[in-house]
Design a protein around this ligand. Structure first.
Ligand SMILES: NC(=O)c1ccc[n+]([C@@H]2O[C@H](COP(=O)([O-])OP(=O)(O)OC[C@H]3O[C@@H](n4cnc5c(N)ncnc54)[C@H](OP(=O)(O)O)[C@@H]3O)[C@@H](O)[C@H]2O)c1
Length: 331
């Protein structure tokens, strides 16, 4: 049955991808309500060949809305998520506002869709983009051999910081090529031709982004004993996050066994060719596509029974919009 669907943050990087994903996947939408701040009210967006006008988000925006997809930042979700839920919508929220609330399920459909059934606040949280692609790749291995420790380093694209950040990479790149220096407005410094850590400080000298990967992984995999050692880095890529992952298990796992499992895993494309220059998954190839690509699955050289993997996915799709729409589809 067709649904009245609202996209909150419809003009942002994730919101635009949400609208595209709903259309591409032929989600049964009877009416699409596009919401953003006052700044963008009146903008026109094409959905299924028809113009939809972006409206200013207000407490009255959710009358009749059945599914509300939020991607307008944590403060907007904190304030308006409960208002939308009270109006009768199922809220699927992309921000960090509700992820660690014990009364809000944190859901990746391939991993723990069953958790979505228990949502006392009427809100389901979408995990952080880096966490989503990591757990899609690791959950099948966890089911087989119980993960004990994950060491993960991220190579995160600029679109992960929003539409303006992705644009700033391009303007900075031109500036550096033309005059050797870059103007930073969205980033805390030069991202063009550079790597930086640009997230807010968390605790113990870790960034908030790194701690999200620790806490969200444990919540999704329902195992607080999993150790996660994260390093999050922003790289000059427009779209598509990459991760280098080292993982140990309760029993030894060989690369051959892991590949056999990953070949059949839902949402995963295993890139199984032997090492050759340029043949591992790449963000430019993953961008605009749905799967989580897993390549370079290797036995660790120093730790018997441990594995190393390279995991790449489109952070705006599987890391955000697609994951949210998949939750809505399965509901
Ligand atoms: N980018 C990713 O890869 C990614 C992945 C997972 C989760 N997320 C999360 O998704 C959320 C959105 O991220 P994004 O990357 O799409 O950011 P973005 O490109 O900066 O877009 C932000 C959106 O929120 C709207 N907005 C901002 N303040 C608002 C307000 N007070 N009332 C109503 N709308 C408001 C903006 O509307 P205006 O155009 O009117 O300013 C815009 O549509 C964030 O919570 C982020 O953490 C992002």
């Amino acid at each position: 049955m067709s649904k009245v669907v609202a996209v909150v943050g419809a003009t942002g990087a994730v919101g635009r991808e949400m609208v595209k994903t709903l259309e591409q996947r032929k989600f049964p939408v009877s009416k699409l309500v596009l919401l953003a701040s006052k700044r963008s009210a009146g903008q026109k967006v094409i959905f299924n060949g028809k113009e939809v006008i972006v409206e200013e988000l207000t407490p009255a925006s959710f009358a009749g809305v059945e599914i509300a997809l939020f991607s307008a930042g944590a403060s907007v979700s904190k304030e308006f998520g409960p208002i939308a839920a009270k109006a009768g919508a199922v809220v699927i929220d992309n921000s960090s506002a509700w992820r660690m609330d014990p009364e809000v399920p944190l859901v990746v459909p391939e991993v723990n869709m069953d958790a979505a059934a228990n949502r006392p606040k009427g809100i389901i949280a979408n995990p952080n983009c880096s966490t989503i692609q990591m757990v899609v790749a690791l959950d099948p291995l966890h089911r087989a051999a119980k993960i004990r420790h994950i060491v993960v380093s991220t190579y995160q694209a600029t679109s992960g910081k929003g539409h303006d950040a992705a644009t700033e990479l391009q303007t900075q790149s031109r500036e550096v090529l033309d005059k050797g220096t870059a103007t930073a407005k969205v980033f805390p410094g030069q991202i063009a031709f550079n790597c930086i850590s640009d997230w807010k400080a968390g605790e113990g000298d870790y960034s908030e982004e790194e701690l999200k990967m620790v806490n969200e992984t444990r919540k999704i995999l329902r195992d607080d004993t999993i150790g996660v050692s994260p390093t999050a880095v922003r790289v000059p890529v427009v779209n598509g996050h990459s991760e280098s992952i080292h993982v140990t298990f309760a029993r030894p796992m060989k690369a051959e066994e892991a590949k056999a499992i990953l070949k059949k895993a839902e949402g995963v494309v295993l890139v199984d060719a032997p090492y050759a220059p340029g043949n591992a998954p790449q963000p430019v190839q993953a961008s605009g596509t749905d799967p989580v690509y897993v390549g370079r699955v290797r036995d660790d050289l120093a730790v018997p029974g441990a594995l190393n993997l390279w995991v790449v996915a489109d952070n705006l799709r599987k890391g955000a919009a697609l994951n949210a729409v998949q939750i809505a589809e399965r509901l």
